[in-house]
Each structure stands twice: as C-alpha cells, then as structure tokens.
Write a protein that binds this ligand. Structure first.
Ligand code: AMP
Length: 146
C-alpha cells in the first residue's frame, strides 16, 4: 500500500473483485463476458450504476483496449436504460483515477449517475435502501433485456 490506501498493485481482496468472484451480494443490472454493471450502494443520485471490467485493472492506466471498449458498450446500454426508466436525458459519466482524485475502490469502474453536475450528491456517503436498489436494478435490467 502507498499513501491513502492506494495499492501499488492490484489487490484481489477489493470489494469489486469479491463481487466478480461471487463472494458478496450486489444488485445486478447487466452482465456479459467482459463486464458487470450493478447498483452503487451509496448512490450520489437515485439510479446510480457502476460498470466494471472483468479484468484486474486498478484504474484507466491498466485497462486493456478490449475491456475499455466492452465497458463503454455496457455503459451505453445502462445509460439508455437509465434515460428510459428515470425519464431524463441527463446522465453523468464519471471515473476516478487514484486516491488523490477520490477513488476509493481500486478496481476500475465507470459511474453512471442520473443527475446534473450542479446537483450531484456527496460521494460514497449515504447507504441506499436495499429494497429500493433491488427494484431499480430489476427495472434497468428489464429495459436492457428488451
Ligand atoms: P470510487 O470512489 O470512484 O472508487 O467509487 C467507489 C464506489 O463504489 C462508490 O460510489 C461507493 O458508493 C461504491 N461502493 C462501495 N462499496 C460498494 C458495494 N458493496 N456495492 C456497490 N457499490 C459500492
């Protein structure tokens, strides 16, 4: 570990690695062979989703091109579903590189947040109701599945 708990190399015990291993529960929105999308447990707005690659990448510097492409394709699906479910056009796409930028989970992930940059809630502070997250995940997954 370096300063601010940022690992110098990929740590297999990070929370998103545990999700990919099936070791902890999450509210799934979408999955394919290269990516997983799920509800953020401490959303910065209602409907906040995270998209992660099935690659051991800490941040953008490590992300392989095929996984970068796959994450963006999944992000597109999720964003289109958010637009439909939340009946709003504005979706923030955000991604933090390094603890200095505020990154707290060291497995690369893209945030998709139905909000405006002028209204965004605080980062990773307030835990959402599990029932509501389950319901939102189901709605988004249904739209993506068509
Ligand atoms: P970042 O600070 O960019 O690394 O974002 C990490 C995100 O992961 C935050 O928005 C957290 O709310 C979210 N998060 C942390 N633990 C979990 C979890 N168990 N399930 C879903 N999201 C999580």
């Amino acid at each position: 570990m370096s300063q601010n708990n940022q690992p110098s190399r990929y740590d297999d015990s990070n929370i998103f690695a545990k999700m990919l291993n099936g070791d902890i529960p999450y509210h799934k929105v979408y999955e394919d062979d290269k990516t997983l999308a799920f509800m953020d447990i401490m959303p910065q707005a209602k409907g906040h989703v995270l998209v992660i690659p099935k690659q051991k990448a800490i941040d953008l510097a490590d992300l392989e091109p095929e996984y970068a492409a796959a994450v963006l394709m999944t992000a597109k699906k999720v964003m289109q579903a958010q637009r439909q479910v939340f009946e709003r056009e504005g979706i923030i796409q955000m991604q933090l590189n390094g603890s200095q930028a505020g990154q707290t989970v060291f497995h690369y992930h893209v945030h998709l947040i139905p909000s405006s940059i002028h209204e965004l809630g605080r980062h990773a502070v307030t835990q959402a109701d599990q029932g509501e997250l389950a319901d939102l995940a189901q709605q988004l997954a249904a739209v993506i599945a068509g």
